[in-house]
Design a protein around this ligand. Structure first.
Ligand code: AFP
Length: 331
């Protein structure tokens, strides 16, 4: 059977049921951008494109040359679709408003190059995106604010040994692999279903002393040997959320970036809600998994700021439910 391309898959999904206009156009265009980003990453060291530009972005991260370049190519691609009313980017303080060609345009939230600290060591990085309806709002940027349940599509690209794209438009989660010769993505992982329970966990354990007591107790539990419940779990952590969530989707288990609870009155999460946490939550829920902040379902968290941060515990249903249970126990 001939392999199914991303554009064929998007068209088939559109024909299958109610759909939001513009989703296929934007997701298809982001697929083309991913092929360009993959090529650039492969040549970055040869073209002196690695390293920092000097300075920090709106969320205080040091900015790499490829962060800015990635932002610019995604912005140009979205503008060309005529279906994007506003672009919320990790690299821009305010949403970038765009001219559309009418008819229910969308707001796109995106981290063009996530995990960019991996770039200088040739580690995996990714692009994460989320689409929300603009509801005709002008300016459209504020339509990005609200709960994660507003998302109509979400996805990521992972630039590793192969370039992978995983997306959902609310009808399951599907994975594609880039054919570098043709620049086209083909369906390699249809209807991804995450295992109910896994054997691995991913978390930056260097932060252990800043965690909520429930988080500490849960990780201690995962490390404690018990043959009957499959413990200890193995630890896997790459420093790029896309790679860690991708492994969790395919193999099961749990990935966590808990908040810093040093001051329990003011917990400080790190990852960004609109273009990291919420899209991954939609993808994993569509694959039958679960995503929580430890206290509540991620998709119910209302964004009130574009660069808002949120904690995330994401992956297999039973693993995440058990982690939430540890958060509920008295310290
Ligand atoms: P960078 O894009 O600044 O490298 O951050 C990546 C990230 O937002 C996410 O992809 C990782 O899971 C997480 O940060 C890693 O953070 P730590 O370095 O604190 O473990």
């Amino acid at each position: 059977m001939a392999p199914i391309s991303l554009s064929e898959h998007l068209a088939a999904q559109r024909a299958r049921g109610p759909h939001t206009p513009g989703v296929a156009t934007i997701v298809g265009r982001l697929g083309r951008v991913a092929a360009v980003i993959a090529k650039e990453l492969a040549h970055a060291a040869l073209r002196d494109r690695l390293g920092y530009i000097g300075g920090v972005n709106v969320t205080g991260d040091e900015v790499k040359k490829l962060d800015i370049w990635g932002h610019e190519v995604v912005e140009a691609a979205l503008r060309a679709t005529g279906a994007c009313a506003a672009f919320v980017s990790e690299e821009a303080k305010e949403p970038i408003e765009m001219t559309t060609e009418g008819g229910n345009p969308l707001v796109v939230c995106c981290d063009p190059v996530d995990g960019s600290s991996n770039l200088d060591v040739n580690g995996s990085v990714g692009t994460i995106f989320s689409l929300r309806p603009s509801r005709g709002q002008v300016p459209a940027g504020p339509a990005a604010l609200g709960p994660g349940t507003d998302q109509v599509a979400a996805g990521y690209m992972m630039y590793g040994p192969a370039t992978t794209m995983v997306y959902t438009a609310g009808q399951g989660t599907h994975g594609f692999t880039l054919d570098p010769e043709t620049g086209e993505f083909f369906l390699t992982h249809p209807d991804i279903t995450i295992k109910r329970r896994g054997k691995t966990y991913g978390v930056n354990e260097g932060n252990l002393h800043t965690w909520h007591p429930g988080q500490r107790a849960y990780v201690e539990y995962l490390r404690t040997p018990d043959r009957a419940s499959g413990r200890p779990y193995s630890l896997r952590y790459s420093g790029a959320m896309v790679a860690d969530v991708h492994r969790t989707l395919l193999d099961g288990g749990i990935f966590m970036y808990p908040a810093d609870f040093t001051d329990p009155a003011k917990p400080k999460p790190k990852l960004r809600l609109l273009y990291e946490v919420a899209p991954m939550a939609m993808l994993v829920e569509q694959a039958g998994g679960r995503a929580s902040t430890g206290m509540e379902r991620v998709l119910d968290v209302r964004a009130t700021e574009y660069h808002q941060r949120a904690a995330i515990l994401i992956g297999s249903l039973d693993d995440v439910a058990q982690a939430e249970d540890f958060y509920r126990r008295p310290a």
